[in-house]
Design a protein around this ligand. Structure first.
Ligand SMILES: [Zn+2]
Length: 84
């Protein structure tokens, strides 16, 4: 979706905004729980204005490293064209 194409409907009407999706209480970003002291993590939000599909990306490399050390890894299964 970062390439400007919707992975669901193939639309090229994709819009991005920093912290465009709010999940944290008073600010943008999301709470990604990797420890008991979790601060809000900024996100990049992408929305397809044709089908409404949206994706969020965490861009904080340190947070992504924490996730890889504390979350359960999902093993890849069958190849899915929708994920391209
Ligand atoms: Zn779409």
């Amino acid at each position: 979706m970062r390439n400007g194409i919707c992975p669901k409907c193939r639309s090229k009407n994709i819009y991005m905004r920093k912290n465009g999706i709010q999940v944290g209480e008073n600010s943008g970003g999301v709470f990604v729980h990797t420890s008991t002291m979790t601060r809000v993590t900024p996100i990049e939000a992408y929305i397809c204005v044709d089908c409404g599909y949206f994706e969020n990306f965490i861009t904080d490399a340190a947070k992504l490293m924490e996730v890889s050390q504390t979350w359960t890894k999902v093993e890849p299964m069958a190849f899915d064209m929708d994920d391209l």
